[in-house]
Design a protein around this ligand. Sequence first.
Ligand code: HAX
Length: 432
Amino acid sequence: MSSLKEKLASKLGPMREKVGSIVKGHGDLKISDVSIAQAYGGMRGVKCMVWETSALDPMEGIRFRGFTIPELQEKLPKAPGGEEPIPEGIFYLLLTGDLPTEDDVKEITAEWQKRGALPKYLIDVLKAIPKDTHPMTQFSLGILTLQKDSIYAQKYREGMSKMEYWDPMYEDVMNLLAKLPALASYIYRRSYKKDKHIPADPKLDWGGNFAKMIGVEDETFKELMRLYLVIHSDHEGGNVSAHTTHLVGSALSDAYYCLSAGMNGLAGPLHGLANQEVLRWVMDVMEKLGGVPTKEQLKDFCWETLNSGQVIPGYGHAVLRKTDPRYTAQREFALKHMPDDEIFQVVSALYEVVPPILEEQGKAKNPWPNVDAHSGCLLYHYGVKEYDFYTVFFGASRAIGVLSQLIWSRALGLSIERPKSVTTEWIAGQIK
Ligand code: HAX
């Protein structure tokens, strides 16, 4: 057994006992009420699910097992010569709740390299679909295709006790995470780079290899990928990609079914697809005005967008009520490595222009930028210019968080989800 798996196994018993005694002793304690507005309004703020790996505060932003992004940048192991945390470290932290050592992350890198090759049947399936199929469709389909090899599904068929669920789930998650950079890069190179593929380098970490297989040689891009893959990994449980993964998993579907479903949710323009929409929108204004626009021109463009009934992509959030710390981390990266980039200058100008406009319009509860307002300009700078692909990077990262939680959900025996729905007639009948 790997030391990560052993460590995880040692945490299961105490956590099961803790949850068992909370539910037994205090199961009737109310933690949320639900209003009619919440029932119609996307269940905003209703506390009705458990997510161990991260928690989101409206004012402070995300904490991963208690750590903020700057703390992760300080405390998680780095690649040799690098300054940014590596994704193997956040996976270890989310899964175990403890900070990893250098040896811990090296072991995960080695394990993922061992499990990372793509089977031929997957390549055959991908080859059968048109190259201009959206990359998120290809990504979701690729993940689903791998379901054939699910160890969890096989063990379930053979008959296994509930107490064992976490073990084959862990194996599936390791196999799946290991393959995501190669799967994503395969889709990218097939769709945009004449089907010429780049093999993984056994000396590189997961994020470094992802950058290499995409085909960008710049060492700073490897650092960007590491940071990007860490900060997009988890955002508590209620967002669409996390909740979908969790919901599908609650029926005891395996990791492949769950993640593929979660990715379909991430591909919505109000969620992860916003990163491609932001860049498309920024490029539109630059093209229309022939370069970097003035702030006055940007203001007009924002009002045009709003007055035509569209949202300003990359701004607003269902939970956050301040600038997303994931935006800030990316802005700091840009200020350090590419301060003169023209698209970054537009993204920076929008940071000044958009919030007062959204406040003046008076609809959005949060006028500040979210993670997706920034990521595209960084990727574009290093040569990944096909913005329809951007959500795939997000998806590979989000897999780390939602699959870590999936292992915990099975270990804790969380129930199949079945909230109660009501009709408008029933609601109208409640109003006295
Ligand atoms: N531009 C224009 N209008 C906006 C807006 C924006 N950026 N953000 C919110 N609004 C509007 C809403 O559409 C809503 O309008 P209606 O009353 O006409 O329906 C009103 O303001 C109130 O919305 P809210 O309560 O502030 O926001 P929600 O919780 O309903 O929605 C969204 C949160 C993120 C979906 C929303 O802010 C939005 O559409 N933003 C733009 C798309 C985007 O950036 N999505 C990515 C979010 C982060 C993420 O998940 N990344 O993956």
